[in-house]
Design a protein around this ligand. Structure first.
Ligand SMILES: [Zn+2]
Length: 254
């Protein structure tokens, strides 16, 4: 009966590797964001051996078709078949790597306890990694678009047109991370930044996935937008997003 017990504890899902930890001499704990089961922590036995049957399929940012087995505390990776090897191209390029690491860190935090939106978060992250891997847009733009959309999916959708507090139709000239984005002159807290109109247009484009507008943006707007997106993410995640400080901003489109 051991086999049927094993089968009943086993499940299949697609997962993207967010992070890995060493365990013992040869094993690895892998943190996945899965399509249907939210965030999963699983042991990959022998994954650090040179000739591991998992190969490089359980490295960060890899997407795999997984067979997992429920365990007492951690699940166990039975099989992993590569679906997309974004990790290889991303790891070879430092600016892309730091962006991918920041996205994985945010995804890990946003899906730690909430699995309701995990399918949407999975698709957002895999889409962003694919764009990063093929160099579809400047890495910093991919990161900022990902952050805005991941936060919106988690229930913190910013507003970049109408006032985020009172709803007065925009455009408006002030930004408040605490109030949820762009705010009118009545709602504006003292000392809140006043971003350039081009920056606000870029933020709206990044949230909407309007890439023609985002790709055509100027370096100044990108820098200012990146600072506001980081402030917005930090406010909503309630502690400093360490990985964002490592991101090297590319002023030009690749
Ligand atoms: Zn207002």
């Amino acid at each position: 009966m051991a086999e049927s017990t094993f089968a009943s504890r086993s499940y299949r899902d697609d997962g993207v590797v967010l992070r890995t930890y060493k365990l013992g001499e040869a094993d690895r704990i892998v943190v996945f964001l899965t399509r249907q089961h939210g965030q999963v922590r699983a042991v990959a036995r022998g994954a650090r051996r040179t000739r591991s049957r998992f190969g490089a399929r359980l490295e960060p940012f890899m997407v795999a078709d997984l067979q997992l087995v429920h365990g007492r505390s951690l699940d166990i990776v039975g099989q992993a078949a590569a679906r997309a090897s974004y990790g290889t191209t991303i790891a070879a390029d430092y600016p892309r790597y730091t962006v991918a690491a920041a996205m994985a860190e945010i995804a890990e935090r946003l899906t730690a306890s909430d699995s309701d939106a995990s399918a949407s978060q999975y698709l957002l992250l895999v889409g962003a990694l694919a764009a990063l891997s093929r160099g579809a847009h400047a890495p910093g733009l991919i990161l900022d678009s990902y952050l805005l959309r991941a936060l919106a999916t988690a229930g913190w959708a910013p507003s970049f047109t109408d006032c985020a507090r009172c709803g007065e139709p925009g455009p408006h000239g002030a930004f408040s991370a605490a109030l949820g984005g762009i705010v009118c002159s009545d709602c504006r807290p003292p000392g809140s930044p006043a971003p350039a109109p081009d920056t606000v247009r870029l933020l709206a484009a990044l949230l909407a996935g309007d890439w023609p507008t985002a790709d055509a943006s100027e370096p100044g707007a990108r820098r200012e937008a990146a600072g506001l997106v980081a402030a917005y993410a930090q406010w909503h995640l309630e502690r400093a997003v360490g990985a964002l400080r490592l991101v090297e901003r590319e002023p030009t489109v690749p």
